[in-house]
Design a protein around this ligand. Structure first.
Ligand code: HDE
Length: 727
């Protein structure tokens, strides 16, 4: 047993024993709370050293346990209270630390300090999430992804609490609890987990035509990202930028991933969910650990106050985008995630985001969804984190000291000195003072509001379909097919025929081909007639809530299609090399070296773990066996030659299945010329299948070049047009 005294101070190292890759004001701020038990001796929460952590205190070694065992009681009590309520939405998430830096001062638009000074590096904490599933649900559920960024600026915390889709299901916060009730597992049997393919969700959606645009996004491949590092982020609402002169501009926020926007196939997503439910979490963690820091550029679309009404939609309507063709996205800065968490609970679980956390230079608009969010985020933390002092939790506290007269409450950490806990005071010298606006004091944009108090939606919010059409028109053929397939899957799981029919009617308002293709899969006709929209018009005129059915002014937006994304690198792509004893080390090593040189991660997969003997007589370490991995966890596959390896794999059903499945999911596959007998044993090798993305070469260097170009393409979706591979 070790018998060392605890050190007086905790080591500044993080728990993994590694130094943080980047020291920021926030990492320094977190250090006093960061504990490293390396070389330390165990003690109780009161500091008493523990001599035996294996046995409870008993009356005799076969006798009953004693109540006086304070060491056991403390340990068990703490354990009993380890859990806190999970987030009511966005429960499953993963977080990482990073930094943000603006490229050039944006002072003409905003006085926000972190957007004014290119020399300033602002620490950030980012949490990605799925929306519907519980904390333990799968990463690859078809769902919206949360993309929440906390900027620890020198003027206080700014939280950009966004999603990976630029619009939302509903226009008014009043409907949020209903939306989430409908999307979550059904209340009688709590089925299904992390899925919207059930009756209550589509019942609600079919009665809410305003959700149609978001449904197009949620049924597209954006809902099944290849990686959290390969998805866009959006602030969704229209915000305001305020400059030093007090001028306001409307602004939409975007995050543009430097690796491009990529997805997996739906069939693949379903299988990943079984093979590795932590697929996205692991991918993010590994990328950061290996120094492949995920990066995004912050984009803004800026609209002058005077131009508020020049669009064919309402800027305050969160079911609308501003097409990039109308207002281009300017890339103004870069976000880099460079440090994993030390402790999931302390950081990722306890981080509390709030749309209402803004700094001078940024302000809200009257978007009725955003206005409701301003209430919800603090309220939810009060129950989730147990009281009003959650801002003191290390991950939540700003990097600037906090001075105000808020006091007490559960778990208060701050020891406020002095008698004066009110303002104005003279006993405390009038401290803390109020800040002048010119010294950074926040003042709200003095928007003029002159209106009747009404419980009503603006008629300008009733255009429910034009941007759903724009999204549809902007998709490539394969993306359209995926949307049709996704809707056929989701509505196919719906038991109620009335709900399915109502949804088909909604889809018919978007596009005839879309509606009839889904109707065909469901074996139903497309019903005619208008969509239903609930609402009690304050003016008594039912026409107020009727959907406006029209074509969009902008009919095509290239930015909406993932087909147009970046395809010029293979950084961090996972490549599987299938091999067995007798593999050609020359080929394998040549191709592996080139792939690794281009930034890919290469793993050797063999029938068993351990080592394989090469044809040249060396041993190569096996990374995974067919039992411990699957094709769905890789982006591409390479099969080197070597006579004995080829014979072994040709007769290995798991290897053939691996290849068939990779083909089905449209991945690049490369064979050494002498590995062709394995190709012949696959399903696609026996068909007159298209050969795009299939590389066969007897020169390993040439093969590697062609393979790299193919992997850059991400997927060869046209393969789906011919018969699908039975894998
Ligand atoms: Fe949220 N949302 N939300 N939301 N939201 C929460 O806050 C809410 C909305 C988003 O990683 C909750 O701390 C309302 C839009 C993200 O911790 C809760 C409405 C967008 C996260 C809440 C919306 C979001 C949340 C649950 C409509 C994209 C996860 C736990 C009025 C712009 C943040 C929590 C994290 C979390 C309420 C709509 C994004 C209950 C009432 C639109 C990324 O407060």
């Amino acid at each position: 047993m070790t018998d060392k005294k605890p050190l007086a101070k905790n080591s500044p190292k993080n728990n993994t024993g590694k130094q943080a890759s980047s020291e920021t004001a926030k990492t320094i701020d977190l250090q006093p709370q960061t504990i490293d038990a390396t070389d330390q001796t165990m003690n109780t929460n009161q500091g008493t050293l523990i001599n035996d952590d294996m046995n409870t205190l008993k009356a005799g070694d076969r006798g009953p346990s004693l109540l006086e065992d304070f060491i056991f009681r403390e340990k068990m009590t703490h354990f009993d209270h380890e859990r806190i309520p999970e987030r009511v939405v966005h429960a499953r998430g993963v977080g990482a630390h990073g930094v943000f830096r603006v490229y050039e001062s944006q002072a003409d638009l905003t006085k926000a300090g972190f957007l004014n000074d290119p020399s300033r590096e602002t620490p950030v904490f980012v949490r990605f999430s799925t929306v519907a599933g519980n904390r333990g649900s799968t990463d690859l559920a078809r769902d919206v992804r949360g993309f929440a960024v906390k900027f620890y600026t020198q003027e206080g915390n700014f939280d950009l609490v966004g999603n990976n889709m630029p619009v939302f299901f509903i226009q008014d916060a009043m409907k949020f609890p209903d939306l989430i009730h409908a999307a979550k597992p059904e209340p009688d049997n709590e089925i299904p987990q992390a899925a919207t393919a059930h009756d209550t969700f589509w019942d609600f959606i079919s009665l809410m035509p305003e959700s149609t645009h978001m449904i197009m996004w949620a049924m597209s491949d954006r809902a099944i990202p290849r990686s959290l590092r390969m998805m866009e982020g959006f602030g969704v609402h229209t915000f305001r930028f305020i400059n030093e002169a007090g001028q306001s501009h409307f602004v939409k926020f975007h995050w543009k991933p430097l690796l491009g926007v990529h997805s997996v196939a739906w069939n693949e997503a379903l299988k990943i969910s079984g093979m590795d439910p932590d697929f996205h979490r692991r991918d993010l963690w590994n990328a950061i650990e290996s120094g492949n820091y995920p990066e995004w550029e912050l984009g803004i679309q800026v609209v002058a106050e005077a131009d508020e009404h020049k669009f064919d939609f309402d800027l305050l309507d969160p079911t609308k985008i501003i097409p990039e063709e109308s207002v281009p996205v300017q890339r103004i800065g870069r976000l880099t995630l460079n440090r994993n968490t030390d402790n999931y609970f302390a950081e990722t679980e306890q981080v509390a985001f709030h749309v209402g956390n803004i700094v001078p230079g940024i302000d809200f608009t009257d978007d009725p969804l955003m206005q409701g969010r301003l209430f919800s985020y603090t309220d939810t933390q009060l129950i989730r984190l147990g009281g009003p002092n959650f801002h003191e939790i290390p991950i939540n506290r700003p990097i600037v000291p906090v001075y105000n007269n808020q006091r007490d409450g559960f778990m208060r950490q701050t020891i406020n000195k002095g008698k004066a806990n009110y303002s104005p005071n003279s006993l405390g010298g009038g401290c803390p003072y109020q800040a002048m606006i010119k010294n950074g004091g926040f003042n709200s944009f003095p928007e003029r509001v002159d209106a009747n108090k009404v419980r009503q939606r603006s008629r300008s919010f009733m255009d429910h379909f034009s941007q759903a059409k724009l999204f549809w028109y902007s998709q490539s053929d394969y993306e359209k097919n995926h949307i049709i397939d996704a809707l056929s899957f989701e509505l196919g799981k719906v038991q109620s025929k009335v709900v399915r029919e109502r949804m088909l009617r909604t889809l018919a308002h978007v596009n005839d081909r879309l509606a009839s293709a889904v109707a065909f899969a469901l074996g139903l006709p497309v019903p005619e007639g208008p969509v239903v929209n609930e609402g009690r018009p304050a003016d008594g005129n039912p026409k107020h809530y009727e959907s406006i059915v029209r074509e969009p002014d902008v009919k095509f937006s290239a930015a909406l299609s993932m087909a147009n994304t970046i395809k010029d690198n293979i950084l961090t792509r996972q490549i599987a090399v299938l091999a067995s004893n007798g593999v050609s080390a020359t080929s394998l090593n040549t191709v592996k070296k080139q792939l690794s040189g281009a930034g890919a991660i290469v793993e050797v997969i063999a029938p068993r773990q351990g080592f394989i003997q090469t044809a040249e007589g060396d041993a190569i370490e096996v990374d995974k066996s067919f039992l411990t991995t699957a094709s769905v966890l890789y982006d591409a596959v390479y099969v080197p030659g070597g006579a004995n390896s080829v014979i072994a794999l040709e007769q290995e059903p798991d290897a053939i299945h691996f290849l068939n499945e990779a083909w089905r999911h449209c991945k690049a596959i490369a064979f050494d010329a002498d590995a062709e007998p394995i190709l012949k044993a696959t399903y696609f090798g026996q068909q007159a299948a298209p050969t795009e993305g299939l590389i066969i070469n007897n020169d390993a260097n040439l093969l590697a070049d062609q393979f790299i170009q193919a992997v850059q393409q991400h997927r060869f979706w046209d393969r789906e047009l011919t018969r699908k591979v039975p894998a």
